[in-house]
Write a protein that binds this ligand. Sequence first.
Ligand code: PHE
Length: 360
Amino acid sequence: MDGLDTLKAKYLAAIATAADETALEDVRVAALGKKGEISALMSGLGKMEPDARKAAGALLNALRDEIDAALRARKSGLADAALDARLKSEWLDVTLPARPRRTGTIHPVSQVMEELTAIFADMGFAVAEGPQVESDWYNFDALNIPPEHPARQEHDTFFMNRAAGDDRPPHVLRTHTSPVQIRAMTEQGAPIRVIAPGRVYRMDMDQTHTPMFHQVEGLCIDRDISMANLKWVLEEFCRAFFEVPSVELRFRASHFPFTEPSAEVDIRCSWEGGQLKIGTGDRWMEILGSGMVHPKVLKAAGVNPDEWQGFAFGMGIDRLAMLKYGIPDLRAFFESDLRWLRHYGFAALDLPTLPAGLSR
Ligand code: PHE
């Protein structure tokens, strides 16, 4: 059989230069496929004389085997090269530190509670607690708000349901954190310096009110605590909390049954263009009520008013969060909208501390 060497050289060259597995498959079909060149020669064997057929058959078999082997070798070479290229392009550095995914974030109210707890702890205030379902004695009577007092109506109280015939004294959802003053003084006596952050409830709903909101109560009782100490503590707190050299506070004479004298405190802010900002502007936002603890309140908690005196305040935590982080609508705080939470939330493992910075 003439020309087999040429055929062999042609196919071996085509195999060696096939650029990828598709090109290689084309070469295989052209040579060894059903209608391939070598297959055609093999089917021609039938018409030959027995001796010639034997010799030609042996040569063709050898050629077919050689080309088949070359195809396989090239195929695995191309597969290795393809894998190498893929490994190079999909390479990743497993020693890189993980990216923070921020799938879970800290709610601004929790963040602010941590922040203010750190600030007051620095001033020597411990954290006290009380129940959210409170007897009306702690929520009202002990705070010098007797049953007929108009302040009871002003608080828009949620009352707990009592079964018919159950005449135990009524319980309410606490309308402020002030009942914790009574509980803390009853348990610890005087002197005392505590804050009590937590949830409170009133029937109210608009851009700056929700039926559930958060307050932090402050209570400081000793032998010679005065309004001057209250003013310093609040100004010091606001400076540290808002992380600015000074904030403008306005003390307004006011009235609470459980303090005498009493003051409400506003902070200077602006609402320009629907944006809430502190420090500048011609608007004031009320952030707290305060005053000197009324002697009747001390007495109700077993503290002798002839020996002890001090101040108390109740501050709105949600409003502090709105002011510090420029959040215009309080209702969004409690809608559990994931987009809102991702936008306003804080990294989960970054606890605020004074030395490391409160809000990074
Ligand atoms: N409890 C008052 C309120 O919720 C705030 C307050 C607390 C006022 C302590 C004076 C002293 O409005």
